[in-house]
Ligand binder design. Structure first.
Ligand SMILES: [Fe+2]
Length: 393
């Protein structure tokens, strides 16, 4: 850790029961009157888009356009298409209701509009874009995992090259995040488990990656504690709103952490597993996390040892010899994954997730092009990736 760091988190957060009812006032404060609601077909079918529309309407705010044709993995062309709709319909505020794909797409749209571009592909790469004139963006997550509601990162699939592209800019950090358990209680147990493990992964990588700093650490350790105390509860009983709120806060805090300290090899390989073998992101994180922690062990031992305290609590931490704490941390996470498999069938291995060994070379090749591997605390090459894939099979 260096003595200089940057930290940014500019999203206003409304969290807790009834948070949704504050949405109209927030949209007004942002100056929104011609609103685009971005969501997906499933959420539309179960009445969630209608719920948002009626909350706004009760306060005399109208939705000008609803777009729900978002693919599971998002896509660059969809982001370009929605930006065109925004220009045609003179949209002045965007509300994104959904999981990672919907949220990242909306951030892509905001990026295109603020840069007055016609193609998001021209904007790929790392921070360095001028601020531009952004369109207000409000996020209502329906899963608790990606933390995308507060990050300056959007991962959007390039359907032509079968790659997941990463767009990084503080300019795309949303203005408002609304975390209301009403939006997550219906999340199925397996999705709750997978997205929760994604949040844990963000916190672990956030706590150990290259740009970690005292502020990102504070968010990471609290996120780890919240996941440890609440994930199994939320998976066992989706209607437990206390656990739902805690998991939403955990995902958000882990998002703030990794958005500032970066992620590493777990995401570097996980993105490729998603692109090549269509493994859902949270499932990939759950499978890869312990194996990647073992690979990073010599660089991150101290960090993993610290995290045992937040995962297992002070008694277990104190009873574990200092030299054994980092490995105990990995074992704790493995046991959590085993518990989740027993409760809801979350895959524990790549074979259980339906990955074919014949795809390993292509996964490794794709992963090597992922920026997350470049900033992993320990050097990553093709052989390292292949060996982790073998262990995780
Ligand atoms: Fe992730």
């Amino acid at each position: 850790m260096t003595d200089f760091f940057e930290f940014q988190s500019k999203t206003k957060i409304l969290s807790g029961r009834g948070a949704l009812l504050r949405l109209p006032n927030e949209i007004r404060l942002l100056g929104g009157s011609r609103i685009l609601l971005i969501s997906d077909e499933t959420l539309k079918k179960i009445g969630m888009t209608e719920r948002i529309r009626s909350i706004l309407q009760e306060e005399n705010l109208q939705i000008a356009e609803i777009f729900t044709d978002i693919p599971t993995d998002s896509s660059l062309s969809v982001a370009n298409h929605i930006a065109e709709i925004c220009r045609d319909r003179q949209i002045d505020a965007i509300i994104a209701l959904g999981g990672g794909s919907v949220i990242d797409t909306s951030k892509g749209v905001r990026m295109i509009l603020s840069q007055k571009s016609d193609d998001i592909l021209k904007l790929s790469g790392y921070e360095g874009l001028p601020a531009g004139k952004g369109i207000p963006l409000c996020i209502i997550p329906t899963t608790s995992g990606t933390g995308s509601e507060v990050t300056g990162v959007a991962v959007i699939r390039d359907e032509n090259r079968n790659l997941k592209m990463e767009f990084i800019s503080t300019n795309i950090q949303p203005d408002i995040a609304v975390l209301d358990p009403e939006m997550t209680v219906s999340m199925p147990p397996k999705v709750t488990a997978a997205t929760g493990m994604d949040a844990l992964c963000h916190a672990v990588e956030g706590y150990t990656c290259l740009q970690k700093n005292p502020l990102s650490d504070a968010y990471a350790v609290t996120a780890v504690r919240l996941v440890s105390e609440n994930l199994v509860r939320a998976v066992k009983d989706g209607s437990d709103t206390d656990a739902r709120i805690a998991m939403a806060n955990a995902a958000l805090m882990a998002g703030i952490s990794f958005s500032n300290s970066m992620v590493g090899i777990v995401h570097g390989i996980g993105h490729a597993l998603g692109a090549v073998s269509r493994v859902p992101h949270g499932t990939a994180m759950n499978i890869l996390l312990p194996h990647c922690m073992m690979y990073n062990m010599d660089e991150c031992e101290k960090g993993y040892a610290d995290l045992l305290l937040w995962l297992a609590g002070p008694e277990i931490y104190a009873a574990t010899p200092e030299s054994g704490r980092a490995h105990a941390c990995v074992r704790f996470i493995r046991r959590l994954s085993e518990q989740l498999r027993a409760i809801c069938g979350l895959p524990l291995t790549l074979s259980e997730a339906g990955v074919s060994k014949a795809d390993f070379e292509r996964i490794a090749e794709t992963s090597l092009r992922d920026g997350a591997n470049l900033v992993n605390p320990k050097y990553v090459d093709r052989d390292v990736i292949l060996s982790i894939l073998e262990k995780a099979y």
